[in-house]
Ligand binder design. Structure first.
Ligand SMILES: [Zn+2]
Length: 244
């Protein structure tokens, strides 16, 4: 029964996450207007707002204008439901669990926002920061000193290449959102784990660039979503290892 409840909670969180991913990069409010169809601008009724189920029953189309609803929405709802249940199984019924679920959910939104629009919205970084702060305060075994060292490690490791790119190469290598995001991960994981995460994310990013070059040699790849790689690596750490 508890898994059913966690799945329901996960699906509802996933539904909210789709609103965040579609509205925040466009700087739109999360509250107003209510969920609407992107094509006919009509407010959606309750039959269209049941996470995952509405998409399946309505075959992915708007009830009125039959416009296609992005396939990404049910995928995100499904992924976040899975994420919620897996975190619940891994961390059990403790104060840690809701904090890590909120942290993981925000991480996933950041990954998707960065993948889709190459932007990490400030509101997502801010939510992640508050969640990380509560985690360090109530749960973490390493304490505030480690968190602060981790935070500054994240700043230095991203600010320096960003500064170098801007002043010497005349282009943006790392965006402001990535700098804040990396510092928040440093606060949460501590400097040692952060360096491992940055290393794995950089190698994955490099492999991604190389594989795209292999598929389309003439293509110019200018904008690598570093935040998406770093966020995915951090998520994998939470799910496979343990956030302490
Ligand atoms: Zn419509």
């Amino acid at each position: 029964m508890q898994y059913v409840i966690m799945t329901m909670i996960g699906l509802s969180l996933g539904s909210f996450a789709t609103t965040c991913i579609s509205r925040l990069p466009r700087k739109q409010s999360l509250i107003k207007p209510r969920s609407f169809c992107d094509s006919c601008s009509r407010s959606l009724g309750w039959k269209e707002l049941i996470p995952l189920l509405s998409y399946v029953v309505l075959k992915g189309r708007c009830l009125k204008c039959s416009a296609q609803i992005p396939f990404l929405y049910p995928i995100v709802e499904f992924l976040i439901a899975i994420l919620t249940v897996v975190i619940f199984i891994k961390y059990g019924t403790s104060i840690k669990t809701p904090i890590i679920i909120l942290f993981g959910l925000t991480l996933l939104c950041i990954v998707l926002a960065d993948m889709l629009s190459r932007i990490i919205p400030n509101k997502l970084n801010f939510t992640l920061f508050i969640t990380a702060f509560v985690f360090v305060w109530l749960v973490s075994q390493s304490g505030f000193t480690d968190a602060i060292v981790g935070f500054f490690t994240g700043l230095v490791f991203t600010f320096l290449p960003a500064w170098f790119g801007e002043h010497w190469l005349d282009k943006q290598i790392i965006g402001g959102g990535d700098i804040k995001f990396t510092a928040i991960l440093g606060l949460t994981f501590g400097w040692e784990i952060l360096l491992v995460l940055i290393w794995v994310a950089s190698v994955s990013g490099l492999l991604w660039v190389l594989s795209r070059k292999l598929i389309e040699p003439k293509q110019k790849i200018t904008n690598v979503p570093f935040g998406a790689f770093l966020g995915t690596t951090a998520l994998a750490y939470i799910l496979i290892v343990d956030l302490q």
